[in-house]
Design a protein around this ligand. Structure first.
Ligand code: TRP
Length: 443
């Protein structure tokens, strides 16, 4: 490609923090806790850990290898190693990114609204009615626009001056907020009941295919896998970076934050005896039950609530950045657009695409289901087959920057056999039928 050298991260640490920023987001707090509440607490947590380690981690490493090896965004990266016929898969990744960001920013917009309202007027005690009022319609769309504008601003700033600098500041802040909140939650009187629900497994759910599907979808969503987000971030890396080590750190941080977020959410819910509300869990759980808890806790609750929503917004922003970056870097690489033009035009397009989700939370939930249980899992399946069977020299690429290890061969075998088998199983036997049900339920 002409003239302009590819952007690079300034430091390895900057890359790792940006990648953790991508992984840690609404998925860890909003999605993880509502799925755990719905699926029997610890049984879900256990299957999610299993899915992250056995399926997520190998695919994460595959994305890093593809990105760093090709030094390209997804469409060109796939063409680089697989030829023209793999380009459509890259295009599917970009479309998935557009789709996920379109509703993700609506939820992040709710968080912005709750955070600002907490500062100016506190939490509404009738939390369910309040949520019903603000979760959809013109208000929801307005905050969606605000959040998208922030995301566009950072991405237009560039890889090292926009994304890296933002992550260097925000990720340590997020970590401190979540740990601080968990320590506070431990002092609440109902904390132990919360921990018990969260951490004592309901073994009957351990064998449920449905829980396994949700856990696998969650592992992919939470690690930002299956649509080339970490692939794109890795395309700005040099060959001196140890990719397996980076993958371990990213996955470890993602699991840790999800786990600690659970240590915040469940004690709060049980301290105020709101567990019945969580049983009726939907996409809104976090935005109904927790604000109700904060409202009942008075002045302290307001302060804690502000910190909680601050953490949520920070996590959402660094994740949204990575989603937009996939789309923007693809437009730069494929159409030769400037970063500024790509960021603004595509950002506006995604904002418009989010309108249906902002208008109706059932649509939002349906798009979330489809994106996760089909597009991300399907994307992960294709990625593992690609790196396992098609790409030449994945072992050399994964070895660059390391002193070599005998398990690299096992990694490739996982991608060839175990991961595709497992993902096909989850996709065919559960995710696809349940997604049809979700779509049908809309009518
Ligand atoms: N992982 C993020 C979260 O947990 C969301 C996210 C960012 C994402 N980039 C992604 C999900 C790419 C899937 C694919 O909130």
């Amino acid at each position: 490609m002409a003239g302009v050298p590819r952007e690079q991260w300034t430091s390895k640490r900057g890359f790792v923090l940006a990648a953790i920023g991508s992984a840690v987001g609404l998925g860890n707090m909003w999605r993880f806790s509502y799925l755990a509440a719905e699926n029997g607490g610890a049984a879900f947590v256990f299957l999610y850990l299993l899915a992250t380690l056995v399926v997520g981690l190998p695919v994460l490493l595959a994305e890093l290898v593809l990105g760093r090896g090709s030094q390209k965004s997804p469409i060109q990266a796939l063409a680089h190693y697989g030829g023209q016929r793999w380009k459509p898969l890259g295009l599917l990744f970009v479309v998935t990114g557009l789709l996920i960001l379109s509703y993700y920013a609506v939820i992040a917009g709710w968080a912005v609204r709750y955070g600002l309202a907490a500062i100016t007027s506190g939490f509404d005690p009738d939390a369910a009615a309040h949520f019903a009022e603000v979760a959809s319609g013109a208000d929801a769309f307005a905050f969606h626009v605000v959040f998208m504008a922030l995301t566009i601003f950072v991405v237009v700033g560039g890889v090292s001056r926009g994304i890296e600098r933002t992550s260097m500041v925000l990720m340590p802040l997020l970590f401190a907020l979540v740990v601080g909140l968990a320590l506070y939650a431990a002092t609440l009187s109902g904390a132990s009941a919360g921990y018990a629900y969260y951490l004592a497994p309901d073994f009957s759910k351990l064998l449920s295919l449905n829980v396994l599907k949700d856990a696998t979808g969650q592992a992919f969503f939470s690690l930002s896998l299956g649509m080339g987000a970490l692939l794109t971030f890795a395309s700005y890396l040099g060959r001196d970076v140890n990719l397996p080590r980076a993958a371990g750190i990213i996955a470890g941080a993602d699991i840790a934050i999800a786990f600690i977020a659970g240590l915040v959410v469940f004690p709060l819910i049980f301290a105020l005896d709101l567990s019945a509300d969580v049983g009726a869990s939907t996409v809104g759980a976090l935005f109904i039950t927790l604000p109700k808890a904060f409202a009942e806790m008075g002045g302290v609750g307001r302060g804690i609530g502000i910190l909680f929503f601050a953490a949520l917004i920070v996590g959402a922003l660094t994740s949204a950045i990575s989603l937009l970056e996939v789309v923007v870097s693809s437009a730069i690489d494929n159409f030769g657009w400037s970063r500024r033009r790509a960021g603004i035009l595509l950002g506006i397009a995604i904002t418009a695409l989010g309108a249906p989700s902002a208008w109706n939370t059932d649509i939002l939930g349906a798009v979330d289901q489809i994106a996760n249980n089909i597009l991300l899992l399907g994307g992960g399946l294709a990625l593992s087959i690609f790196v396992g069977w098609v790409m030449a020299g994945p072992i050399e690429e994964v070895s660059a920057g390391t002193s070599g290890a005998s398990w690299f061969g096992s990694w490739r075998n996982l991608l060839r056999y175990a991961v595709p088998l497992f993902l096909s199983f989850v996709l065919i036997y559960d995710a696809i039928p349940s997604t049809f049900e979700t779509i049908l339920a809309l009518f």
